[in-house]
Design a protein around this ligand. Structure first.
Ligand code: SF4
Ligand code: SF4
Length: 279
């Protein structure tokens, strides 16, 4: 489950549709046949706030400042070129959705994983959802940036079987440059996590982003910090470009142009300085 809303703006974010807390309209231009097609430009005529206009190649362009994601144009489009991402759901509705896949979890040993966005931004909901998952004997995992007040984070943790928490940089200034926020809150939370979780139930994840945090020295410093706190599992997540095409769909510009995934040789060099590697 991906929860919308995130206080960070990591340059390499692969879920840009999860950054805003509210539902958003997305436009998949490759599916659009243009207003001269069989659809007859149905999307243009239904918008109650005139947020759609005719653009190049007879395809609509969206005024993102005006659109309130009502979804009428998405319902009118026969090609699936417009879609609203994000919707309000209750805990019961999410659990009912999750229950549909229970036979799959039984075979795979999986369960509920909450990611985002930042699930701790909705900490009351996240806590209630994970507790409800436990009530029906589902395994729970939480993927978090760790950027949350401890009094919001700590109550959630008792409903989490596996915690996956990121560390992106040790230097607060560099951290702010590449994520939009300082790391002080995250480091403070990392110092506290093992007071309530066992090390085998926590994986600290380092996204490896060329030009941002991928030197041997940076990864070694982060590893030493994490091991010094008593953590026993680190995962290195190499940069990938899978989210790039989504930016245009939501009227956003991708910030990390010209960045390439680290090579296998680069990753091997970094793995050597992480003695507690998992994954
Ligand atoms: S978005 Fe859909 S309805 Fe609108 S022009 Fe494209 S295909 Fe037609
Ligand atoms: S989602 Fe609603 S407001 Fe936004 S462009 Fe479509 S019809 Fe207009």
């Amino acid at each position: 489950m991906f929860l919308k809303g995130c206080p960070l703006r990591c340059l390499w974010c692969s879920n840009p549709e999860s950054q805003q807390h509210v539902p958003q309209l997305g436009f998949i231009a490759s599916r659009c046949v243009g207003v001269g097609g069989q659809c007859g430009g149905a999307c243009l005529s239904v918008c109650p706030v005139s947020a759609l206009h005719l653009g190049v190649e007879d395809k609509p362009i969206i005024d993102w400042q005006v659109c309130d994601a009502c979804g009428l144009c998405a319902q009118a489009c026969p090609e699936g070129a417009l879609e609203v991402v994000g919707r309000d759901m209750s805990v019961d509705e999410v659990i009912a959705e999750v229950e549909k896949d229970r036979p799959f979890y039984r075979r795979s040993g999986g369960g509920v994983t909450l990611g985002g966005g930042e699930p701790l931004l909705q900490h009351h909901f996240t806590s209630a959802l994970l507790e409800a998952a436990h009530d029906v004997y589902l395994h729970t995992a939480l993927e978090t940036s760790g950027f949350a007040a401890w009094e919001h984070f700590e109550p959630v943790l008792k409903h989490v079987d596996l915690l996956q928490i990121d560390l992106k940089h040790l230097d607060p200034i560099r951290h702010r440059e590449v994520t939009g926020q300082s790391n002080e809150l995250i480091l403070e939370n990392l110092r506290r996590v093992l007071s309530v979780k066992a090390p085998q139930d926590v994986i600290v994840r380092f996204p490896v982003i060329p030009g941002c945090n991928d030197s041997v020295e940076e990864i070694r410093d982060m590893t030493e910090f994490v091991m010094g706190l008593g953590f026993t599992q680190i995962e290195l997540i190499p940069y990938h470009k899978m989210g790039v095409s989504k930016y245009a769909q939501y009227g956003m510009a991708y910030p990390l142009l010209n960045c390439e995934s680290p090579s296998e040789t680069d990753m091997a060099r970094l793995r050597e300085v992480v003695p507690i590697l998992v994954g």
